[in-house]
Write a protein that binds this ligand. Structure first.
Ligand SMILES: Cc1cc2nc3c(=O)[nH]c(=O)nc-3n(C[C@H](O)[C@H](O)[C@H](O)COP(=O)(O)OP(=O)(O)OC[C@H]3O[C@@H](n4cnc5c(N)ncnc54)[C@H](O)[C@@H]3O)c2cc1C
Length: 405
């Protein structure tokens, strides 16, 4: 098990230890939540109680003080071994909370009063702040059509977001949107309370897999936020360093969820093989079974190795650019590494779960068996953007050839 991802920092160890302790409870609740197609509230109470949801919050404010992206990913792998839906959902929350913790750290380093920035971080610890995140809109990508228009009181938002994971129980929603002013056309971000008038959840999530992720659509009809709630990220419709880093860092940990699902499927198959008999013989003694287990293990090692390396690279990249903004080329390289890891793990995880099902035989195909859920959940991996499967190789080729925009 040399390739299994392990935390590298003390805060990461706390996160992974807490996540592992939740695996059994999450797995025991997963079938009911999947069947109902509903978010399992108890899982999130557990994530808050154990400190997983506040992992990025500084220690002095009650969190673990997590900083390592690598260890964040190891935590997501561990959570997904219990329940994939919950792992992808809390990943969105962790991504936003990481940004808040960084802002706090930077303010502290500059000697600025951090009292105001500490308020939401304390709310994360107490469980009064649980955040979902949305970038996705129908029929568009880098060009959100959801737009903030300036009024006398602040900004007025209109538009439509889809796949807003965890939004049925979140207290806040973080998103990207368009904003035009005298300086140009911008991609901006905002974080607003989920009960903001004009923010209308559509209660329309009914999918093949990740059924307990609560990934419903949300419509915005004249939703108002104050002037201070909008932050510029980059130009609308173009890659920029900010957007490349934002998308790569928030989404690489999601790849961990699909690795965790694959690990769970592999464990189910191996556990069954430890006792499975057929006409008095151990099934594990069949040469065909041994070959298939070998293939599954090699695929798993490949996925673990590339994700572990990509995750470590991110921490090194961030350390290298602590004092200085990365160049566009460097930011594209970061996105390229994420795409390579995503490509290998998303496809490999689907293959591993499928092999585990072949090993399990027909019982794994019945709806009451956890493998049937893992088989459906793991299929969501390639849809997680950026990029679509049909874009990823082109992008990696463009970066390699120095032709990325
Ligand atoms: C379970 C689940 C949870 C999710 N949670 C979230 C979330 O919390 N927040 C969030 O923001 N998003 C979330 N997403 C959305 C996800 O990240 C994708 O953005 C979304 O699935 C894209 O929709 P689509 O597949 O219809 O792609 P589209 O981008 O609409 O593409 C449609 C088709 O066109 C192809 N295509 C698109 N562009 C190109 C191109 N340039 N070149 C070649 N082919 C192209 C694609 O392969 C695809 O077949 C979630 C998705 C899932 C499945």
């Amino acid at each position: 098990m040399t390739f299994v991802l392990q935390p590298k920092t003390e805060a990461g160890e706390r996160l992974v230890c807490a996540a592992k302790e939740l695996q059994t409870a999450f797995a025991s609740r997963a079938a009911a939540a999947d069947q109902a197609g509903e978010v399992c509230r108890e899982n999130y109470d557990d994530l808050i109680r154990t400190g997983v949801a506040s992992a990025f919050v500084p220690v002095e404010l009650g969190g673990f003080g997590l900083q390592s992206v690598h260890d964040w990913i190891v935590g997501i792998v561990a959570l997904a071994k219990g329940d994939g839906s919950t792992a992808i959902a809390i990943n969105m929350h962790l991504g936003i909370s990481r940004g808040m913790a960084q802002a706090h750290q930077m303010a502290k380093a500059r000697g600025v009063n951090t009292e105001k920035i500490a308020v939401p971080l304390s709310k994360i610890v107490s469980g009064d702040m649980l955040m979902c995140a949305t970038a996705t809109e129908p029929g568009t990508d880098l060009h959100p059509r959801t737009e903030a228009v300036r009024t006398n009181e602040g900004w007025c938002i209109n538009g439509h977001k889809i796949f807003v994971t965890m939004s049925p129980i979140a207290t806040h929603l973080g998103m990207n949107l368009r904003m035009r002013d005298d300086d140009g056309d911008h991609l901006v971000t905002t974080l607003l309370p989920i009960d903001t008038p004009g923010l209308i959840p559509q209660d329309d999530w009914d999918a093949l897999g990740m059924r307990a992720s609560g990934s419903q659509s949300v419509v915005f009809e004249n939703a108002h936020v104050p002037f201070s709630a909008i932050r510029k990220l980059g130009p609308w419709g173009q890659w920029s360093v900010g957007v490349l880093m934002n998308r790569a860092l928030a989404n690489l940990p999601l790849v961990g969820a699909f690795l965790g699902i694959a690990e769970a499927a592999r464990d189910i198959a191996i556990e069954k093989l430890a006792t499975q008999k057929r006409v008095g013989e151990a099934v594990a003694d069949y040469s065909g079974v041994q070959h298939l287990v070998g293939e599954m293990e090699i695929e798993l090692a490949k996925c673990q190795a590339i994700l572990g390396a990509a995750a470590s690279n991110v921490d090194e990249f961030l350390a290298r650019h602590e004092q200085q903004q990365p160049t566009m080329e460097a930011a594209h390289e970061l996105m390229k590494d994420y795409q390579a890891a995503k490509w290998v793990v998303n496809r490999g995880a689907i293959d591993i779960v499928s092999k585990a099902m072949d090993l399990m035989g027909g019982s794994g195909y019945t709806n009451s068996h956890p493998l049937a859920r893992l088989y459906r959940d793991v299929r969501a991996g390639p849809f997680m953007q950026p990029f679509a499967v049909t874009q990823a190789r082109e992008y990696v080729g463009q970066v390699t050839l120095g032709k990325a925009g």
